[in-house]
Ligand binder design. Sequence first.
Ligand code: DC
Length: 229
Amino acid sequence: MNKKIVIAIDGFSSCGKSSFAKLIAQKLGYLYIDSGAMYRAVTLGFIQKSLIVYGEIKKDGLPQKIQQFDVGFSYNSSKKEYETTLNGVVVEEQIRTIGVANYVSIVSAIPEVRELMVELQRKLGKDKGIVMDGRDIGTVVFPNAELKIFMTADSKIRADRRTKELMLKGQIANFAEILANIEERDRLDQAREVSPLRKADDAIVLDNSHMTINEQMAWVEKLIEERIM
Ligand code: DC
């Protein structure tokens, strides 16, 4: 019998972490958790409760207020996927809006928010058999994960992919603006004081600038095999 492992995938934004992680989980029959979605859900809670005023977090009574946000996942059997919930309500669409994207960096930098999310993430991974993607999964959440991958890709290639993705959806997309946004997010992710984005010493780098998803899967399958035997 193969043993169940924990797979931690970290890396820069718009590297295709989620699609890659989802596919690995599907292949192995593992649970897939998008930790970014959890930070997005808390951010939505902050917005709903008017805890962000003119771009600043209201600090009074914050630890107690954060406890009110119950982030979870519910299984959607027609989509065969888990969807993010906030206080029992599916918020998968709301958390992907610009309103949430604009504030998720400041909310995810609050130590109390991170503490709560990390605790929940560890609970979800206690029986192993999980693929989780994010920024601090291999460094903070699961420092003992059997497989840690750090994803990166040239920022221009990421911006180009994102531009095409938006255009396909019929949305206006400006390459220069998208590139600036990606590079700014890279900077913020690495510069933040709490749990900055950093490659764990034992993480294996995957630069997918010039790789298809099939090539990435072939690359990871070998690594998984070595670890589950
Ligand atoms: O992966 P994403 O773009 O959906 O993540 C949304 C935000 O949450 C992004 O600003 C980085 C932050 N995040 C984090 O701080 N720690 C994680 N483990 C995952 C995401």
